[in-house]
Design a binder for this molecule. Sequence first.
Ligand SMILES: NC(=O)c1ccc[n+]([C@@H]2O[C@H](COP(=O)([O-])OP(=O)(O)OC[C@H]3O[C@@H](n4cnc5c(N)ncnc54)[C@H](O)[C@@H]3O)[C@@H](O)[C@H]2O)c1
Length: 312
Amino acid sequence: MGFPHLKNRPVLVTGGAGFIGSHLVDRLVEEGAEVRVLDDLSRGKREYLEGSWARIEFIEGDIRRPGDVSKALTGIDTVFHLAANTSVPRSVEDPRYDFEVNAGGTFNLLEACRLGDVDDVVYASTAAVYGEPRYTPMDEAHPTDPISPYGASKLAGEKMGAVFQRVYDINFTTVRIFNVYGPRQSMYVMYDFMVKLSKSPRRLEVLGDGGQRRCYVFTDDAVEGILVAAKNAPGEIVNLSGDESVSVNELAEKMIPELSPGAEIFNTGASWKGDIQILVGDNSKLKSKGFQPRTPLADGIRKLIEWHQNKA
Ligand SMILES: NC(=O)c1ccc[n+]([C@@H]2O[C@H](COP(=O)([O-])OP(=O)(O)OC[C@H]3O[C@@H](n4cnc5c(N)ncnc54)[C@H](O)[C@@H]3O)[C@@H](O)[C@H]2O)c1
């Protein structure tokens, strides 16, 4: 889908040096938007933005600091808010940090929008707001009952946004993202498999029983989904997920031939706290608005592996 309305539009991407954010920035630049990035580089990297660097404005700043946020918002029309603590395990270890960045940071952004007359925010939320599934695939009406501090802090951001929409007329679009994968990814299961197999090529340790199911969406498709939501579902809540659901063991079986043929899978039995057994999203609402994931899992995995191998 094309997004001609973005041409010359001043947009801010918080977390724009991160994994998804940097791909979103590249696409916004391609669409002709005037892009500014706010990122504290705690996880993001300048090098992820090297393709767009000459055409963007980069502000190194912290979403927890109101002054940094209001500076970044000057002259902006639309904000894509992706800055967050994105590690569930870190949220369990340090819930205060997670809350301050995710819930507090989102509040700072909304408050700066209210005071600065910016009235369009697109929020990268997460499937973690749902918690353990009561049914699958999970649609947007599924109860929200997070089981990790991360899920709770992201849900707090959603709720705050909904109230700012109601009370202050800020258009707040919530995109509940399921599992994204692709180049520039340096955490989560696919990355872990690459690291583990490079250290021990004959044996791949898979956390849990390997039956945890996920539906993966490739970065380019995820970016398209965010833009479709912003354009065709403004002010709504939409799931963003891929069409293909696989178990962690099936994923390992797909990756082993590419990385270390013949390696054996070893399941540990126990997984980490906050891991959700089945995380499969119903993406039909976003599809009805024009979203279509296009990258088959096998192709996306190959691109991810190639990127890591070229980088090494
Ligand atoms: N990757 C996924 O599968 C997935 C799934 C669901 C939701 N999300 C959401 O999408 C968004 C992007 O996630 P990602 O996977 O690209 O993760 P990421 O960690 O690569 O990106 C987050 C970015 O935010 C920046 N950041 C962190 N704290 C900050 C702060 N205090 N001030 C300014 N910048 C800060 C980081 O440096 C990083 O560049 C997040 O909001 C996340 O919750 C991602």
